[in-house]
Write a protein of this length. Structure first.
Length: 112
């Protein structure tokens, strides 16, 4: 579904960064959530980010890999914890596909 146009200034507000998943675990109180500890580089450090992908990925599939994240998204309470960002993914018929990035890109690199 096509979304409405936004102005460029709104796009510039997003901090889209390369992050490396340092650790990941299933959230016990949920069938869908994986909690990731993500190194987003110098400005953000390591943050916790949750993703509802447990039906498609195992935590060990994510650890040590780099992906694109929205770093400056307002924290969202999920279960009893807060998710401090969002993983960017492709959506193919409702199935999330995480987009891996090359390991040589430094953590915290701006995606523009």
């Amino acid at each position: 579904m096509k979304k409405p146009l936004i102005i460029y200034a709104d796009f510039q507000k997003l901090d889209l960064l390369v992050g490396e998943v340092i650790s990941a675990e299933l959230v016990k109180e949920s069938k869908k959530l994986i909690m990731m500890s993500v190194d987003l580089g110098v400005d953000y450090g390591t943050v916790e980010i949750m993703a509802g992908i447990a039906g498609y990925y195992q935590p060990e599939d994510l650890v040590g890999k780099k992906f694109a994240f929205v770093a400056n998204l307002e924290p969202k309470k999920m279960i009893d914890r807060f998710s401090n960002g969002m993983t960017l993914m492709a959506d193919i018929d409702g199935k999330p596909i995480i987009l891996p990035l090359p390991n040589e890109i430094p953590n915290g690199t701006l995606i523009c």
